[in-house]
Design a protein around this ligand. Structure first.
Ligand code: DMJ
Length: 540
């Protein structure tokens, strides 16, 4: 196999044989024609040349500039947090314009505060952290006769507590709260199939089916609990958490898939998929994320997850990856009853970084050195998708991305991206900055930081509410964009954390020592004990 190394000017310079050690300070790309021999894109795929010319890995960069930018993110967090503390302290959610909070159930379950704990630690906001910790100690009470969404509560609250436990130096307050919550969430797995119900009653510890699609659970929701439950099991030596979470994956593996791709609903009674919609957006996304991350979390001891991940990525590449016209932006579409749709949710934008993480497994590209054909292809897809996601920002009037974009096909009009009015809102979502952060850490290409800064400035310009907090937007395609009066908790937990880490030093939360759960809560990679490892499984 032959590779061409692309230099800073994107001029092919040197031919290398497969397995040959690459030059450290250049990026490598496979020859495009070779890519196409193995890569089977769906309909309308043009022969193309990548549009992104990577910048050379910087040896020296402007430390002061990035320090200042990182500090601007910290100030943004303080502004967001300050509004919440003043108007909505203790409430699950914050509505900055009406200066009030609201709860998901009863007295609330710490959605905003717990989701923010590790960001406070990472940003070294000591007083704010102490205030939040005091609230957890005195007021966080899960004994509430109310139903909460199992997935959201797991990724935000259980994940937030576990991450805070670790980052605060094994502070047992957070672990005891996590155990209490974990025991209540276990009630969701009481279905006949072991697939968790969508909701759980916290006091009764009872699973509650969803109120739609005949009580089906979302596939991504049922399969995005494993990192949290496994880490809880590891900390407590209680294998029950591990068993329940892993049983779901075992069931899913036995079901028929489309080249590793899964429909977005699961029936908790039969354990079968419901419908044929396949997407890496809403209700599908983090299934694919957690396949890879489960493999990473347990020190690469569970090969089954790497196999499942690889198979699903083959399906993504053969059935969902496509290119827009005229700029040939790579995007990941959807299948609606077997029909390809050129629709991509902003949620899909986590996949840029995920593709690259699947290649290097947390090391830098430089450290890995030998990249085979498939790895080079995945890295290229990761880079191109990340670029496309930034274009979803840069091509709107506000410089911010819509919730959903449609990509034009070869024969379509000139624009690559079209946005429907109904999809033009922005919820302060993190996925693009998450990918920028991962791409920066893995490749060292400063372009990812520069793009991140441009996006951060757009958030500052349009979502900052002078009265305190940040708000979601009605329509990113118009100025003014209109405000939605909601600051999602993932703005504090994810978006600002990823910006902060993107502009900061690389040794803070290194990617070969931590996996970020899907709500950006870093959990340490560990070696599973023999006891819990006994709960593992393999294909017959
Ligand atoms: C977050 O709760 C998580 O990142 C989840 O995986 C997807 N949706 C939001 C952020 O957009």
């Amino acid at each position: 196999m032959i590779y061409i190394r692309w230099s800073i000017n994107s001029t092919p310079e040197t031919l290398l044989d497969e397995g040959q050690v690459f030059d450290d300070d250049a990026f490598e790309r496979p020859v495009e024609t070779l890519v196409q021999t193995q890569f089977h894109p769906p309909i309308h795929t043009p022969t193309h040349t990548p549009t992104h010319t990577p910048t050379q890995i910087p040896v020296v960069y402007d430390t002061i500039k990035w320090k200042e930018r990182q500090n601007a993110v910290r100030e943004a967090f303080k502004h967001a947090w300050g509004g919440y503390v003043r108007d909505a302290w203790g409430c699950d959610e914050y509505h900055p314009i009406s200066h009030r909070g609201s709860n998901l159930t009863g007295i609330g379950i710490g959605f905003t505060i717990v989701d923010s704990l590790d960001t406070l630690l990472i940003m070294d906001l000591k007083e704010e952290f102490q205030h939040a910790r005091d609230w957890v100690a005195r007021s966080l009470d899960f004994e509430q006769n109310g139903n909460v969404n199992v997935f959201e509560t797991t990724i935000r609250v259980l994940g937030g507590l576990l991450s805070a436990y670790h980052l605060a130096g094994n502070d047992t307050l957070f672990l005891s709260k996590a155990i209490d919550l974990g025991d209540r969430l276990l009630g969701a797995f009481s279905s006949s199939s072991g697939i968790p119900y969508a909701s759980v009653n916290l006091a009764l510890k009872q699973g509650i089916p969803a109120h739609f699609v005949g009580g089906a659970s979302s596939t991504s929701e049922a399969t995005t609990l494993q990192l949290e439950f496994k880490y809880l099991s590891h900390l407590t030596s209680n294998e029950e958490y591990w068993k329940k979470a892993e049983e779901v994956m075992f069931k899913i593996d036995s079901l028929e898939k489309l080249d590793g791709l899964v429909p977005i609903y699961l029936d908790p009674h039969t354990g079968n998929f419901v419908g044929k919609t396949i997407t890496l957006g809403a209700r599908g996304d983090s299934y694919y994320e957690y396949l890879l991350k489960q493999y990473l979390q347990t020190s690469r001891t569970e090969n089954i997850y790497l196999r499942m991940y690889d198979q699903s990525m083959d399906g993504v590449k053969s059935r969902l990856v496509n290119y827009s016209s005229p700029s040939k932006l790579l995007y990941i579409g959807e299948l609606l009853n077997d029909e390809f749709s050129p629709k991509m949710d902003h949620l899909v934008c986590f996949m840029g970084g995920n593709f690259a993480l699947g290649v290097t497994l947390g090391k830098t590209v430089r450290e890995v050195k030998h990249l085979n054909f498939k790895q080079l292809e995945d890295l290229r897809i990761g880079k191109e998708l990340t670029k496309t996601c930034t274009e979803m920002y840069f091509r709107t009037a506000t410089g911010l991305a819509p919730e959903i974009a449609y990509f034009t096909s070869l024969s379509g009009p000139e624009k690559d991206i079209s946005i429907k009015k109904f999809d033009s809102h922005n919820l302060l979502r993190p996925e693009t900055v998450e990918s920028l952060f991962i791409m920066w850490r893995l490749t060292g290409d400063v372009q990812y930081r520069e793009w991140g800064w441009k996006i951060f400035e757009a958030f500052e310009n349009h979502t900052k509410y002078e009265g305190g907090g940040y708000t979601s937007l009605e329509d990113v395609t118009s100025i003014p964009p209109g405000r939605k009066d909601k600051m999602e908790t993932f703005w504090l937990a994810e978006t600002l954390k990823y910006f902060y880490l993107l502009f900061g030093p690389n040794d803070q939360i290194p990617l070969d020592k931590y996996v970020f759960n899907t709500e950006a809560h870093p959990l340490p990679i560990f070696m599973p004990t023999r006891k819990v490892r006994g709960q593992g499984w393999n294909r017959q």
